[in-house]
Design a protein around this ligand. Structure first.
Ligand code: ZN
Length: 409
């Protein structure tokens, strides 16, 4: 019956598209690979790889060239690489005191990067309009139509499914449908993904930074708030609705200080920037300038600054000990202000881990500073924005040859 044949046809089409996705994902994660390497990594046959890379090349996503001889016997294999500008995404960031937009290519290279310090208003619609203006500048000569994915980093708790920012205390937002608002402001032809900035920083450090190639990672990023991201078995741990990974609100001190979230003694109240400054006798609200002053004092051997940093290291170690016992990561990556103070707290963190973590997971874990610095959330937004392409590259074939009106028909 033709019904059965249709079903088989559909199934093989699904398999073909998944295989295309597997190839693009390998190239995206590892850079150029020979056809033999693709065979080994995807488990596909040599002839399947030849046919599928041919289709990707026809779509302008990959190029193929002769691999340089490696001195090994056998036929030379074709080297397959992604075309850097073959597909681009729009990465956006809302931070407390700035907004940013970048156009990023398949090789992770940034084509356009615009940041505006200080913002006039925290009104969500105005912030979305501000992003649209920055996006237009970042896009330059490219049109919004060429963008295969869009993602926004926000300093808040986000429901991934629909981009609802359920809470962003530092912006004063509650239940803001920021994905929709941004899509409207941009006139976007693709959905806009929204995610927590720290989760995205993890993604970036994982793909292109300190945790590249690691599958089990805890990333903790410090500013006024403390955020984080957890990766287990190569996948982000986000919880049932994407609210997970709020490391800053892990209770560590039952009789501690009040937290912005309404609870008491959250980790953030001991290791957040305000806590570090208070311990060092600095003005609250002094920000990174005050922290720099404290670090200069510490470098000059001032006992008060050194003691404040040592105590911060202890509280960092206490929280991390719980996480390492719970998750057994190979790597802990410390970003934001923790990256800045890392050389002055590393020893104390290690001492706390030695004392508090079970021997087996302790032996496996390393604590390192982040690599991407303040760019990590925007970089991570680019990674998230590429997901739809990596999932199903065939969806984007022939995209720029079809007018947008026809495409939606
Ligand atoms: Zn809290």
């Amino acid at each position: 019956m033709s019904h059965g044949r249709d079903e088989i046809g559909q199934r093989s089409e699904t398999v073909r598209r998944a295989n295309l996705g597997a190839i693009v994902r390998e190239l995206y994660a590892r850079g150029p690979l020979s056809r033999s390497e693709l065979v080994r990594r995807t488990g596909l046959t040599r002839s399947a790889i030849r046919v599928l890379t041919g289709q990707l090349a026809a779509a302008g996503l990959v190029t193929e060239g002769q691999a340089p001889p490696l001195g090994s016997p056998g036929r030379p294999s074709h080297l397959v690489r992604l075309v850097p500008g073959g597909a681009v995404v729009l990465a956006l960031e809302i931070a407390v005191d700035s907004s940013a937009a970048a156009v990023v290519g398949l090789d992770g290279d940034v084509e356009g990067w615009v940041r505006r310090e200080r913002t006039v208003s925290d009104d969500p619609a105005e912030r979305a309009a501000g992003l649209a203006a920055l996006a237009a500048r970042a896009l330059g000569d490219r049109s919004m139509d060429e963008v295969v994915g869009i993602a926004v980093a926000v300093p808040g708790v986000v429901r991934r499914r629909d981009g609802l920012v359920s809470m962003a205390p530092n912006l004063g937002w509650r239940d803001v449908p920021f994905g929709e608002m941004t899509a409207r402001a941009l006139g976007a032809t693709v959905p806009v993904a929204v995610a927590n900035e720290a989760d995205l920083a993890v993604l970036a450090e994982l793909h292109r930074g300190a945790a590249r190639g690691e599958a089990d990672v805890v990333l903790v990023s410090g500013a006024i708030g403390v955020g984080g991201g957890l990766v287990a078995g190569g996948r982000p741990l986000l919880g049932a609705a994407g609210y997970g990974g709020e490391l800053g609100h892990m209770p560590v001190r039952p009789s501690g200080s009040s937290c912005r979230c309404g609870s008491i003694g959250c980790w953030e109240t001991e290791v957040g920037l305000e806590a570090i400054l208070a311990r060092g006798g600095r003005e609250p609200g002094g920000g990174l300038v005050a922290l720099d002053g404290m670090l200069r004092d510490a470098a000059a051997g001032a006992p008060a600054a050194l003691a404040a940093l040592d105590e911060t290291g202890a509280w960092l170690g206490i929280g991390l000990a719980g996480l390492v016992n719970l998750l057994n990561p190979r790597l802990v990556v410390l970003g934001g202000v923790f990256e800045t103070i890392f050389p002055l707290v590393a020893e104390r963190i290690d001492a706390e881990l030695d004392r508090r973590v079970l021997p087996a997971p302790r032996a496996l874990v390393r604590v390192v500073p982040a690599k991407l610095g303040a760019d990590a959330p925007l970089r991570g937004a680019a990674e998230l924005a590429f997901e739809p392409l990596l999932e199903d590259p065939a969806r984007w074939f022939a995209r720029d040859r079809v007018a947008p009106e026809r495409r939606s028909a």
